[in-house]
Design a protein around this ligand. Structure first.
Ligand code: BT5
Length: 330
């Protein structure tokens, strides 16, 4: 209902609309209208109220409500169904809960705050209120489960492109799922899926971008390794514009991948943005620990690591730490 009332206010573009008119067109009591107007004010909407005239929307906050987002989205599928929460445990967890019951391909879940934001392998993802983009794209791709990791790679390209469009900042990618700026993490991507041996039931892509976060908003242990667009640019950006740019770019990259079944059109872009190509790294996973030099990233999205004996090892998944002056840094 809150969304519908906001729609009414917006459709009057700066003019007053009476409580009576809203209550009549939406079939709710005037007290309910007043209550929802107050909720919108709490969310940062500046709404003037005058006896006899009613309500007038003066200013909208940097909100990710679907009504705010829709004007900036120009896709056919991705984000056509948008769900927004002021607070959620995790947009990926929510997506998984609803996925089994069926969903519209391209559904996007967004939240202003996550109480249990998640990284890979059960790690936590700091998601302070109103300062980032915490979103999940829900997909039903007709691809082999083996190709799912390619979607992480193209997502990274799409997010970098969107960040560049909106903020002018050139970001790099640390294979497979980190977007970094000046050596610090700006965005993480968490791809999860439910699959049979040869087909995917659903694929969900969680994207967390630190947008208007100040250094002191990060938990102490992240302050040396995390950054945000605001910290790097020195300026706030409008989250809904970036969120829409991510959705728009994602659809373009994803459509290309689904049509060709390959990421060959994007791999050069991915490599150009790579923060680790040519560098000495350590790769760890639950089954391996290797050191070597990254010599390539294949069209399959695999890391090609040259080991000290000159042999090349292909790596499908793992954690990468880069060798710096003080040792290996994650
Ligand atoms: C990731 O995991 O980088 C994936 C993060 C995905 C977050 C999105 S937000 C929307 C959706 N819903 C979710 O619940 N998750 C997704 P990983 O590579 O495992 O990195 C996690 C590590 O990054 C943590 O252990 C911290 O060291 C660090 N970290 C946590 N929060 C961070 C933040 N906000 N910015 C930068 N680094 C962070």
């Amino acid at each position: 209902m809150k969304e519908k009332i906001l729609q009414e206010l917006k459709s009057h573009a700066g003019f007053y609309i009476s409580g009576e008119e809203i209550s009549g067109s939406l079939q709710v009591s005037r007290t309910a209208v007043w209550k929802y107007i107050n909720q919108l004010k709490d969310m940062g909407y500046v709404i003037e109220s005058q006896t006899k005239k009613g309500y007038r929307l003066v200013e909208s906050p940097d909100s990710l409500l679907p009504q705010e987002m829709k004007g900036n989205i120009n896709t056919e599928v991705i984000g056509q169904n948008l769900k927004f929460f002021e607070q959620v445990d995790s947009t990926n967890l929510y997506a998984k809960r609803i996925a089994e019951g069926g969903f519209e391909d391209g559904t996007v879940i967004m939240a202003d705050e996550q109480l249990n934001g998640r990284g890979r392998m059960g790690r936590t993802w700091a998601s302070p209120k109103g300062k980032g983009i915490w979103m999940t794209i829900m997909l039903k791709p007709k691809i082999s489960p083996a190709d799912a990791s390619k979607v992480t790679l193209l997502t990274a390209c799409a997010v970098c492109k969107a960040i560049e469009e909106i903020s002018g900042l050139y970001t790099q990618i640390k294979w497979p799922n980190d977007i970094v700026l000046n050596g610090k993490k700006l965005c993480g991507i968490l791809t999860e899926m439910s699959a049979e041996i040869d087909e995917i039931n659903y694929l969900i892509i969680g994207i967390g971008v630190n947008v208007n976060i100040d250094l002191e908003d990060f938990p102490h242990e992240l302050q040396a390794i995390a950054t945000s667009i605001k910290i790097e640019k020195g300026d706030m950006i409008i989250r809904k514009e970036l969120a829409a740019a991510i959705i728009n770019n994602f659809e373009r990259y994803y459509k290309g991948f689904i049509m060709t079944g390959s990421i060959k059109d994007y791999i050069n872009e991915y490599k150009e943005r790579s923060a680790i190509l040519g560098k000495e790294v350590r790769v760890t996973s639950s089954t391996l620990e290797l050191q070597g030099t990254v010599v390539d990233i294949s069209e399959e999205g695999q890391l090609q690591l040259e080991l000290c004996d000159g042999s090349i090892k292909e790596i499908i998944s793992g954690e990468v730490s880069v060798r710096g002056l003080t040792g290996y840094i994650s």
